[in-house]
Design a protein around this ligand. Structure first.
Ligand code: FES
Length: 168
C-alpha cells in the first residue's frame, strides 16, 4: 500500500479540520483507510489526536484505530521533514543488499526508521516495494524514483537533501 510518494506535506494539526475530514468520509464503506489517507494528505501525518476522533466516529476502540495506523508503514505518526527519502526494504531489494546500505545510512545519521534529522530537512521512511525491483536497491526521494543504489549514490542523495537541493 502506498500513501503518496511526494515530499513531505507540512500541515499544522487542526482538530476541527480533522473532524470535517472524518465526517466527509463516514458514508464510505470501510472508511478508516480513506480517512487516514485524507488526514495524512491534509496534515502530512496522522496526529495521535486523530485516534480518539476516528474511534468515536466509527464506533471503534482507540486500540483498534491505533492498530490500523501503526500497521501501515506509510502513515506517518509525526510531521515529516522537508524531504522524504523512502528506502525499499522488500525482498527483491533485500536480495541485492539493501539492508546493509540502510543500516549504514541510519547509523551514520543517528536515525531510526521514520525519524527526521534534527534540522527538519530529511525523513527516512521504509517502503515495501516501489515497483523498481529489477533495478534495486531502490529508493524514492521526494517522489522521484532512484534505482541501483550504492553507498555513494545514497550518500549523495542524502547530502543533496540536507543541503536543500534534493536533486543530485
Ligand atoms: S522490492 Fe524493492 S522495488 Fe520492489
Amino acid at each position: 500500500m502506498s500513501v503518496g510518494q511526494s515530499a513531505a506535506v507540512s500541515g499544522r494539526w487542526d482538530a476541527a479540520r480533522a473532524r470535517e475530514i472524518i465526517d466527509a468520509h463516514l458514508a464510505l464503506e470501510g472508511p478508516m483507510i480513506p480517512i487516514l489517507h485524507a488526514l495524512q494528505e491534509a496534515f502530512g501525518y496522522v496526529d495521535e489526536a486523530a485516534v480518539p476522533l476516528i474511534a468515536q466516529a466509527l464506533n471503534l476502540s482507540r486500540a483498534e484505530v491505533h492498530g490500523v495506523v501503526s500497521f501501515y508503514h506509510d502513515f506517518r505518526r509525526a510531521p515529516a521533514g522537508r524531504h522524504a527519502l523512502k528506502l525499499c526494504r522488500a525482498e527483491a531489494c533485500q536480495s541485492v543488499g539493501c539492508d546493509a546500505l540502510h543500516e549504514k545510512l541510519l547509523h551514520r545519521l543517528g536515525l531510526d526508521w521514520g525519524a527526521t534529522t534534527a534540522d527538519g530537512a530529511l525523513t527516512i521512511e521504509p517502503v515495501y516495494c516501489l515497483g523498481l525491483c529489477a533495478t534495486g536497491p531502490s529508493a524514492m526521494i521526494d517522489g522521484r524514483p532512484v534505482g541501483r543504489l550504492t553507498e555513494t549514490r545514497l550518500d549523495k542523495l542524502v547530502a543533496s537533501a540536507l543541503s536543500g537541493e534534493a536533486r543530485p
